[in-house]
Design a protein around this ligand. Structure first.
Ligand code: SAH
Length: 346
């Protein structure tokens, strides 16, 4: 019999399961609260009877990753965790500290199948989706290990959240729960490479989170060259979905734009980008490209000029501050190193 992953269950589901065992409803709350405080064994739950703890231990498992590697940036204190999951797979989480609080950047899949040409996370493809509990654990155990209260979450680590939508939505519900970590939707960002049906489905949920769209090019020819997802849902369809999303939720979308030398950094592309966003309040976040060794693309030298051009059209454009430059803190680089080391038998 496979055991049920209890931390992926909602409080109501846990309560129902306990009720079916003949327990009163408040037991559900107690168990939920223990799990969301980071309990890794039913034996720790000392306000439950011993027989009940044993019974739970036979039916349910509690996920808990172990720290495979941890790197702390000497430049800015950014921490990168490489977690090992129960099945031996590894995922990355980054903890960034700003004046306004601590942000954790979590992964949503083991690997990624989207194939963006500049991204290290996708080189070896997707292994599997993460469960809601495995996403929650990244926040929970980062908080416990670092002893820093997490105030913000960005779903911008390894994986495509809208390619694992059901689990991601459940994770959001869990992490937002008042008796759990209670992190407000307005403190959560979800980043997608542009899975149009996923954007429409998310709009239906009408959440107060921030949607980030990894655009990286405003024209289909360039976007298809660097992002295969554009062959399935091209720029025009993507922007139509963004406009629908804004109409439905009233939430401003953030467009991510990694600046690549000679590919997407021309003035005409800034002009076209402005055209496409017109009609909704968009924010453009320019990202200095992280140099991925395996990639043919190099960082642009026109970041400031491109930003000026956007601003001259009245768009708000910011340049992302790069953190953790000394610790492989960007997308998939630490996991890649670990995989390569394993291949070499180290
Ligand atoms: N799959 C989601 C979330 C993960 S990627 C998405 O595509 O949005 C998080 C962000 O990092 C995306 O905007 C992605 O395009 C960007 N990114 C990936 N590789 C990068 C690199 N080498 N330099 C700069 N940004 C990169």
């Amino acid at each position: 019999m496979t055991m049920t992953d209890i931390k992926s269950m909602t409080q109501e589901e846990i309560t129902d399961a306990l009720r079916a065992m003949g327990e009163p409803a408040f037991r559900g709350k107690q168990v939920f609260s223990w799990l969301h405080k980071g309990a890794t064994d039913f034996a720790e739950m000392n306000n439950l009877s011993k027989p009940l703890r044993e019974k739970l231990g036979k039916e349910f498992t509690i996920t808990a990753p172990t720290v495979a590697r941890k790197q702390v940036s000497r430049l800015d204190g950014t921490v990168k965790y490489l977690w090992e999951l129960r099945d031996g797979n590894c995922i990355e989480t980054v903890l960034m500290s700003y004046h306004h609080g601590n942000t954790v950047c979590i992964s949503s899949q083991v690997g990624c199948r989207m194939g963006c040409k500049f991204c290290a996370s996708t080189i070896a493809g997707k292994v599997r989706d993460l469960t809601p509990s495995e996403m929650l654990d990244q926040v929970l155990f980062t908080q416990l290990d670092s002893e820093k209260d997490i105030s913000n979450i960005v779903l911008m680590g390894i994986g495509e959240p809208l390619d694992n939508r059901a689990n991601v939505l459940r994770f959001l519900q869990l992490v937002n729960h008042p008796e759990g970590l209670n992190i407000g939707m307005r403190h959560i960002s979800l980043s997608t490479c542009g899975v149009v049906p996923g954007i429409d489905a998310l709009a239906e949920e009408n959440l107060q989170l921030t949607l980030s769209v990894s655009l990286h090019a405003p024209d289909s020819a360039t976007r298809s060259r660097i992002m295969p997802v554009n062959n399935a849902y091209d720029v025009e369809e993507l922007f139509a979905a963004c406009h629908r999303y804004f109409k439905k939720t009233g939430r401003r979308i953030s467009f991510e734009y990694a600046m690549i030398d000679g590919v997407n950094d021309h003035d005409w592309q800034a002009d076209l980008l402005t055209e496409r966003i017109r009609g909704m309040p968009g924010h453009v976040n320019l990202i200095p490209l992280n140099d991925v060794v395996e990639s043919e693309f190099k960082p642009s030298r026109r970041v400031a000029a491109f930003q000026k051009r956007l601003e001259s059209h009245g768009l708000t454009a910011t340049v992302r501050r790069s953190l953790g430059g000394d610790i492989d803190a960007s997308c998939g680089q630490l996991r890649r190193k670990e995989m390569e080391a394993k291949e070499r038998g180290q």
